[in-house]
Design a protein around this ligand. Structure first.
Ligand code: AMP
Length: 388
């Protein structure tokens, strides 16, 4: 869940930017000003209470603000996150925000402050006043809103500066330039929340079948290095030709080839909740590379799972696959099958040991129907699943 507050004086462009960002990042937009204006228009009890204060450019009471925000949050329990505009507006409201976040079992990821010169604000608000129809977009009220802002709202920045989540952005520039900066901050924050899973298992354990099913069901992007290399070969790219040559001469595909391909996928993924990896990392070196790749992306591994299948069952499965259309080049002879199992034993088991110590590790029984195994995996990926 991604929770962001967009902060700034009246006329900073919070509404304009929020509209773009909420859509792009699938966040639920909460503007306390808009919510209050709705109450006003519907002539509700809350609206009537707030009317005079808004018209004078003052700040509405915390009682009213808490009621309208709480109502909106509870009405949208499945939101991917919230984008707050106009809240928190006082130092006390920062504590209210903390409490509301606690209720959501989340925290405010950052407060982005659009920093705008006073005269720029006034000019923008006066020009908005010509068409907005808002009671409070006239010069006397604008000056009062800015006074309230300087006295009561600016201290909010100290609260978030202290919490280390205050992010200033120069708001005197064009809408597009500001959006670019905000987008970069939101992407960075989003990366922190990615759910990244690594699935281990011997060849024949059902890794790829399960990983693609999990990817679909959890909204994750499935990164299978083997399939990515096959795709390059199919495309006939220069890189594909090098890979083919390596396959033919029996060499392992080098990290120099695999790593940029993974990085490209990490960078180009949009709107995913995380990544799921099989076939990488395969060696201890690759496990450090994956940590580094995710770190550079502002993220980290969330879960490591191993599908456990006894050796005899693996050999039986791979041997059966050999005579089907799913036969892979490396299934073609018993020697090849045994070599693959050996390679896994020699190289990948060391990686698994490293993860056991570092990231928390879950073993899942890989026997049974694909559905049975899938359900076990889903349980293993739940928060708090018991680790080895
Ligand atoms: P805005 O649309 O954010 O400029 O808000 C318009 C008016 O609504 C403000 O001038 C205040 O009177 C009131 N208001 C909006 N948000 C809050 C808040 N968090 N606390 C108190 N008053 C608010």
């Amino acid at each position: 869940m991604l929770n962001i507050a967009l902060f700034g004086p009246p006329g900073a462009g919070k509404g304009t930017q929020s509209e773009i960002l909420a859509k792009e990042f699938n966040l639920f937009y909460i503007s306390t000003g808009d919510l209050l204006r709705k109450e006003l228009a519907a002539d509700t009890r809350l609206g009537r209470e707030a009317k005079e204060i808004i018209a004078a450019g003052g700040l509405v009471s915390d009682e009213i603000i808490v009621q309208i925000i709480e109502k909106t949050i509870t009405e949208h329990p499945n939101a991917d996150g919230f984008l707050f505009d106009g809240f928190p507006r006082t130092y006390v409201q920062c504590y209210i925000m903390e409490g509301l976040m606690l209720k959501l079992n989340a925290s405010l990821d950052c407060l982005i402050s659009l920093e705008v010169d006073e005269e720029v604000s006034v000019e923008r608000l006066l020009s908005r006043g010509k068409s907005s129809g808002r009671l409070d977009d006239n010069e006397t009220v604008i000056r009062n809103r800015l006074k309230e802002y300087a006295e009561k709202t600016l201290p909010v920045l100290d609260f978030y500066r202290e919490r280390g989540v205050y992010r200033p952005v120069d708001g005197n520039r064009s809408v597009e330039a500001i959006t670019d900066d905000l987008r970069a901050i939101l992407r960075e924050q989003q990366a922190k929340h990615l759910f990244n899973v690594v699935i281990f298992g011997y060849p024949g354990s059902g890794r790829s079948t399960q990983a693609s099913a999990l990817a679909k069901s959890f909204g994750l992007e499935y990164i299978a290095t083997g399939a990515m290399l096959d795709e390059e070969i199919k495309k006939g790219s220069a890189l594909g030709k090098r890979v083919q040559n390596m396959y033919e001469t029996g060499q392992l595909v080098s990290d120099e080839i695999v790593v940029p391909l993974i990085e490209r996928r990490l960078k180009s993924a949009r709107g995913v909740r995380g990544f799921i990896f099989t076939g990488f990392p395969r060696t201890l070196v690759q496990s450090y590379i994956l940590d580094g790749l995710l770190q550079k992306h502002g993220s980290r591994i969330s879960r490591v799972v191993e599908l456990e299948v006894p050796s005899l069952e693996l050999i039986e499965r791979l041997d059966k696959r050999r005579s089907t259309e799913h036969c892979r080049p490396y299934d073609s002879t018993t020697t090849r099958i045994v070599n693959r199992l050996k390679e896994h034993e020699e190289k990948t088991v060391m990686v698994i040991d490293k993860y056991k110590q570092q990231h928390g590790f879950i073993k899942v029984n890989g026997l049974g129907t694909p559905e049975e195994v899938f359900n076990r995996l889903v349980d293993a990926l739940k928060p708090g699943a018991s680790q080895v």
